[in-house]
Design a protein around this ligand. Structure first.
Ligand SMILES: [Zn+2]
Length: 258
């Protein structure tokens, strides 16, 4: 079974599970079957002779698996982040509601004005040209306001659900990965990283957003946790910093998983 899967993959050149770029020359790493059963990855060497050695698939697999541990989050970390996000979302929700109410008032005012203008025109208090000019302007204002209201309503709970899915995926990625068949491994890897490098037998996984930020913060968190296990503000490392325009909360909110 495994054997035939491997063979099938090797026949189909586009089906390399482990996408990586050779760190020496920037060519792609490709799979090749040897002795009828072993899969080796090697640089295509399309830019000339390359020093990168052939590597058994299992070695690359193992290194990907280890890389995914970088984004494996402690349960307490996930709980803490979700709690912080929920409270900031509640605050945000109130602000948005106030904005939507103000816009609704404006909308009603313009609608009343349009209605009055219509009556004025019927009563001969407003000439046709003037009516057309003014009513066009107010109708445009009205469309702007309506689309602002729609936008506010759309930025909602969906964001926090996405964030939660991302955190859960990060948390379980390494475990999921080990348990999956090659095709599923490939899908998981392409969600989490891209353009990873392979050089001198070593993988440098390049995480996609927001997993890149999760990886960096998690490295820092684990180091801090190992050095100061008693410290009680360890989670603060995960708090979004206001001075960073691309802090994790924004990234988590706006990234969408496929
Ligand atoms: Zn190469």
């Amino acid at each position: 079974m495994l054997h035939s899967l491997f063979l099938k993959r090797c026949v189909d050149k586009n089906n390399d599970i482990y996408m990586a770029t050779c760190a020496h020359c920037g060519c792609a790493m490709v799979a090749e079957i040897q002795k009828g059963k072993y899969i080796y990855y090697h640089c295509t060497g399309n830019r000339g002779k390359c020093p990168e050695k052939y590597t058994r698939e299992e070695v690359i697999d193992q290194q990907y698996s280890e890389s995914l541990r970088r984004i494996e989050l402690d349960n307490e970390v996930v709980e803490w982040i979700v709690k912080v996000m929920n409270s900031s979302t509640a605050e945000e929700r109130e602000q948005k509601q106030a904005q939507a109410e103000a816009l609704n008032l404006q909308k009603q005012r313009i609608e009343a004005r349009l209605e009055k203008m219509y009556l004025d025109r019927l009563d001969g208090l407003l000439v046709e040209d003037e009516y057309k000019k003014l009513s066009n302007k107010f109708r445009n204002d009205l469309s702007d306001i309506k689309s602002s209201i729609d936008r506010i309503n759309a930025q909602n709970e969906a964001n926090i659900i996405d964030a939660r899915r991302i955190l859960e995926l990060a948390q379980k990625a390494a475990t999921l990965y080990s348990a999956q068949i090659p095709e599923e491994k490939r899908k998981l890897l392409s969600t989490v990283c891209s353009n990873s490098n392979w050089g001198s037998g070593e993988l440098t996984a390049n995480f996609n957003q927001p997993f890149d930020m999760i990886a960096i913060t998690n490295d820092e968190y684990k180091e801090k946790k190992a050095t100061f296990p008693e410290k009680n503000d360890l989670f603060e490392i995960w708090r979004p910093r206001d001075d960073e325009s691309d802090n994790w909360e924004i990234s988590l909110n706006f990234s969408k998983l496929n």
